[in-house]
Design a protein around this ligand. Structure first.
Ligand code: PRX
Length: 645
């Protein structure tokens, strides 16, 4: 490994930070040695309770069980809105920046309260009750946040589906959690193009007889199909509702939301998060990892369809009473200066994005950045995938002018909030490392024998204890949660990631150890893409692996075997790519398709993905032993016709 350059915490920053190095040591130690006292204090400081809790934590990781503050009651919408009204009714809660640079607006906390109450009342009028599931399939407009909070206010469980997913993916998610109501828009707008959300909903709902209502925001005014018995317009329907809605008291362990994410096998899993523990961790990490100060303007570029948008556009910032910027567009539209122009326009103080965006913007050239005024920026963050040191240094020097600490935050849909991240006033940075655990988080590395590794070393990243925002279940299939996260290393939560710990105790995430791809920071299961490809009549079999990609982090490499009598050609290649887009969404578009007359298999018929990954990544010297394959000559053939990437 090349020598690692340490960037110390800027002294000026540390002197004003919520947590400095001494605080971190002290509080971290307390959080591990005396978790009950630590978490009890945090839960009282950070959240407003309707009924105080008397129990702090119960856990049995062998069974995948945890419960936090289990006899307390609170409401998430009250914590994100009502409790701020006395002090900041007229303060901006959300800044919306449209896809078109001429479109933006500010929403105050009192406007947020009104909007959320009106929609909550509409949901109730349409029969939604506590515990019912509501699907949200929206562009990045304020109504997406209103919808999430309206569900939280009445105790409905939301399932936000990313607006880039196909009708088929939307249908599967609606059916899996039996949503009865969908909130959507006529169209989305991204990068100057429209996205036919309502048309996608219409296709999905053709197979979802239980959905009785679709509430449609008029975003573009396009002509859309209309089912008079099911569809209602958002604006006119909420206008008829009262602007007050009593919040539903929720138990700390009542479900808050379901969010689907990809795993190694099968269909995406509905990760279930509950009320108090989730909100506590989002709120705490928001304050400490971003070192959020009163009045700061915070911008997370994620989509609300991902966990990052849930935790750091909506719940963490609003629970803190912060100002959160919600961006409808993409970083490269109208050009690669857009992010920095938005920073300049709204005087953004903290900017949080994915390494894939940083790499793309770096490739566009420094001029797009340096021509803007970024003096408002105090802190930069990354999330979603490992950041290569080159991109880190560019972000630090060119975007942040060596003034802004970078927090490289490691976490997952299942963890709900940051678990490993620098606290910017406390922990020196090393480019490419997520550094140290957050309070109460106890990472460990496991070797091949399932033993904990001491000190420096590399292995499977696990957690030794639960944390408040840990996944509680896979919706409708609790056993699947136990099998996926709590079986590989009994008594530990297994993240699916590999990591290295250096001599200073810093963690370096090395990537997934399973068949999950991370393409531009988006998680995709290889099995999902393979299933789409084999839907084509001409295909017999497919195996999908990731390979290193300069911008996306990982690209999608598909090996496809055709049925006897079918010849590969360009038209077929395009049909297979289109099929992946149709079945899953454009994030699942294969970058490379290699025609494979045969796939490397063991004698028992298992595809040797390890070998396919090496071929795709052009690591031909380290293929390992291929003699145990049923037909070793298959490998020669694949190498000979390897696609150039
Ligand atoms: O492999 C890790 C990677 O993203 C996975 C989680 O993906 P998802 O559930 O979609 O959540 C993404 C946003 C939290 C992890 O298992 N990952 C996430 N953050 C980092 C990361 N890999 C390296 N460094 C990170 N900072």
């Amino acid at each position: 490994m090349s020598e690692v350059h340490i960037h110390p915490v800027p002294a000026e920053f540390a002197s004003r930070a919520h947590i400095d190095a001494g605080d971190y040591e002290k509080l971290y130690r307390e959080s591990i040695e005396n978790p009950e006292a630590f978490w009890s204090r945090q839960a009282q400081d950070f959240l407003q309770w309707e009924k105080p809790f008397t129990r702090v934590v119960e856990e049995d990781l062998k069974k995948g069980h945890t419960a936090w503050f289990a006899d307390g009651e609170l409401n998430v919408a009250v914590n994100c809105i009502d409790r701020h009204l006395p002090a900041r009714a007229e303060q901006t809660a959300l800044i919306w920046e449209g896809d078109d640079p001429a479109d933006s607006k500010n929403i105050t906390y009192s406007e947020l309260h009104e909007q959320v109450c009106r929609l909550a009342n509409l949901l109730k009028e349409r029969g939604v009750k506590k515990g019912d599931r509501v699907c949200i399939y929206m562009p990045m407009i304020p109504e997406a946040a209103y919808a999430m909070l309206a569900c939280a206010r009445i105790g409905a469980v939301h399932s936000v589906v990313f607006g880039g997913f196909s009708p088929g993916s939307l249908r599967d998610r609606i059916l899996d959690s039996d949503c009865r109501l969908v909130i959507t828009a006529d169209e989305g707008v991204r990068g100057g193009k429209t996205v036919p959300l309502k048309a996608n909903v219409d296709k999905a709902l053709a197979d979802c007889p239980n959905v009785h209502t679709a509430i449609v925001v008029k975003r573009t005014g396009a002509d859309v199909g209309w089912n008079g018995e099911r569809d209602i317009w958002y604006a006119e329907s909420v206008a008829e509702q009262s602007s007050d809605c009593a919040p539903e008291p929720m138990n700390a362990e009542d479900p808050l939301f379901i969010l689907y994410t990809s795993g190694s096998t099968g269909k995406p899993k509905g990760v279930l998060h509950t009320t108090a523990g989730y909100l506590l961790m989002c709120t705490m990490t928001f304050k400490y990892a971003f070192d959020y100060k009163e009045g700061d303007i915070f911008w997370c570029t994620a989509d609300v369809g991902w966990i990052t948008g849930h935790s750091y556009i909506v719940y963490g910032p609003l629970s803190t009473g912060a100002i959160s910027l919600i961006f409808e567009g993409v970083p490269t539209y109208p050009d690669a200066s857009r992010c920095w122009q938005v920073v300049e326009k709204h005087k953004v103080n903290s900017f949080y994005t994915a390494p894939t965006a940083i790499r793309a913007l770096m490739g566009a050239g420094d001029e797009f950045v340096t021509k803007t005024d970024r003096s408002s920026l105090k802190l930069l963050g990354t999330v979603g995938e490992p950041i290569n040191p080159e991109a880190w240094e560019w972000y630090y020097k060119v975007v942040g002018e060596e003034r802004c600490p970078i927090i490289d935050t490691w976490w997952q849909t299942e963890t709900g909030a940051h678990l490993i991240t620098p606290l910017p006033g406390a922990i020196d940075m090393k480019a490419g490392s997520a550094t140290k655990p957050f309070f109460g988080v106890q990472p460990a590395l496991m070797d091949d024998q399932g033993r904990e590794i001491d000190g420096e070393g590399a292995g499977a990243l696990v957690m030794k204890a639960s944390w408040p925002s840990m996944i509680r279940s896979v919706y409708g299939d609790h056993q699947r949660m136990i099998d996926t996260y709590f079986s590989a290393y009994p008594g530990y939560y297994f993240t699916g990631d590999g990591a290295r710990r250096d001599a200073d105790g810093y963690y370096w995430i090395t990537g997934r150890m399973d068949d999950v791809l991370n393409v531009s920071g988006h998680r995709l299961g290889t099995a999902e893409i393979e299933s789409a490809i084999v839907l084509h009549d001409d295909t017999a079999e497919a195996a999908v692996v990731g390979y290193p990609h300069d911008i996306k982090g990982q690209g999608i490499y598909a090996y496809v075997t055709l049925k006897a009598g079918h010849e590969p050609n360009e038209e077929l290649r395009q049909e297979l790519i289109d099929l992946c887009v149709k079945e899953i969404g454009s994030i699942a578009k294969p970058d490379i398709i290699q025609w494979a007359p045969g796939l490397p298999k063991t004698r028992s018929g298992k595809i040797m993905r390890r070998i396919l990954r090496k071929i795709a990544g052009n690591e031909l010297d380290s293929l390992g032993d291929t003699s145990t394959l049923a037909d070793p000559s298959v490998v020669e053939e694949l190498i000979e016709h390897r696609a150039n990437c």
